[in-house]
Design a protein around this ligand. Structure first.
Ligand SMILES: Nc1ncnc2c1ncn2[C@@H]1O[C@H](COP(=O)(O)OP(=O)(O)OP(=O)(O)O)[C@@H](O)[C@H]1O
Ligand SMILES: [Mg+2]
Length: 375
């Protein structure tokens, strides 16, 4: 593989990075940049290589091939302590004999900042991570979430060139996670520290990242804005890993996608060969189960179906619809409350199934025409 050129203006550039442990390839030709004020989220299943990427950037691990550049400087052979990366791992290591303030101040003292500057920075960081009431406590007196927030404040106190977060919110409950990630995003945007964030949590990835890199078995399947990755997933893996997706297998015929009685006109920006096997990817919220007369969006009728079940899931209703295909393929649709109130559905009801948005991916596996997956 040719060495790709590093982007000079990027804060972080990862070029052609591969890594093997023994004979197992865990990273395969990883390439991406992080801009100065950007948050890039690495999203992927357990074992996909997320932590290994962060360890290579921070210098805790050497890549087998490839380079790591920080602000245009090749740091591939630089030891970890000379790189200026702030790492926040899930198993954060706070100094047990120092209280919250002392933990945060540690790096500032090493850098011989003045007392008044240290005081100001502590006040600001303690406020930022909402630990005002706990500033004199020791780590053993703090909850896991509070310790985590100390770790974040302490890393920020070093004013690192890049912040690397390895599932820092992993141990926190959902509500704190949600508010903490909003704070962290706001904070990172203020201080303009480039950041790379690892998470398993798709909602977290969507909300936190300026861009999301979806990793699958050591390869980046797609890197793009949350909107782009969600709306235009590059692969079936991305479509089903980030959000739910209905998958219908079929074939391209002229300018249409065909699967049994389904026939969808495909947008002109697709470039497919006639006869090419393809997969239709439809998000549950893009399935429309009413007559489209009053719909202001693009709409295409897919087929007729029968409601199998409806279930209430908080903010929306989930509807299972059986299609009249030879194998009785099942689609999952979700409907907002405005819709469920105006138009009730019940099991056994016949409905027209339409789509307002969809994506078609080439099917390189050429599986027989029967798979359907709705997560
Ligand atoms: N030091 C090591 N020696 C051998 N194999 C390793 C080593 N470190 C990681 N691996 C393997 O490399 C692969 C990627 O590991 P990594 O920790 O990067 O995954 P991850 O995406 O961070 O997973 P998780 O979400 O579970 O933290 C795994 O299969 C792991 O077992
Ligand atoms: Mg990991």
């Amino acid at each position: 593989m040719l060495e790709s050129l590093a982007n000079e203006s990027a804060a972080v550039s990862i070029r052609d990075v591969s890594k093997k442990f023994g004979t197992t390839t865990v990273l395969d030709d990883i390439n991406f940049d992080v801009a100065q004020d950007e948050i890039v989220v690495l999203l992927g299943a357990s074992g996909s290589g997320k932590t290994t990427i962060l360890r290579i950037i921070s210098g805790l691990e050497m890549p087998g091939t490839g380079r790591v550049m920080l602000h245009g400087k090749d740091v591939t052979n630089l030891p970890a302590r000379l790189r200026g990366t702030g790492v926040i791992f899930q198993s954060y290591a706070l100094f047990p004999k120092m209280n919250v303030e002392q933990n945060i101040a540690y790096g500032l003292k090493l850098r011989r900042r003045s007392k008044s500057e240290i005081r100001k920075t502590i006040d600001r960081l303690v406020g930022m991570v909402h630990l005002e009431d706990h500033r004199k406590k020791y780590p053993s007196q703090l909850s896991g979430g509070q310790q985590q927030r100390v770790a974040i404040a302490r890393a920020l106190a070093y004013e690192p060139e890049v912040l690397l977060f390895d599932e820092p919110f992993g141990a926190l409950d959902a509500q704190i996670r949600a508010s903490l990630r909003r704070e962290i995003r706001k904070l990172l945007k203020e201080i303009k520290v480039p950041s790379i964030f690892i998470t398993h949590d798709q909602e977290e990835a969507l909300e936190l990242g300026d861009r999301i890199a979806v990793l699958n078995s050591g390869r980046i399947e797609q890197i793009a804005t949350p909107y782009e990755v969600y709306t235009n997933p590059a692969t079936e893996y991305v479509a089903t890993f980030l959000g739910s997706a209905n998958i219908i297998e079929g074939v391209i015929r002229g300018r249409t996608f065909q699967s049994e009685e389904i026939s969808l006109e495909i947008p002109s920006d697709y470039d497919f060969r006639d006869g090419q096997p393809a997969k239709l990817v439809i998000r549950p919220e893009d399935i429309f189960l009413r007559r489209p007369e009053n719909l202001m969006q693009n709409y295409q009728q897919l087929t007729e179906g029968v409601v199998e079940e409806t279930s209430f899931v908080g903010a929306f209703e989930r509807v299972g619809v059986r299609l009249p295909t030879h194998d009785g393929q099942r689609l999952i649709a979700t409907r907002p409350k405005t819709e469920t109130a105006a138009f009730q559905l019940y099991a056994g009801q016949r409905v027209t199934v339409g789509v307002v948005r969809f994506r078609i991916l080439p099917d390189l596996t050429r599986l027989p025409l029967h798979a359907n997956r709705a997560v």
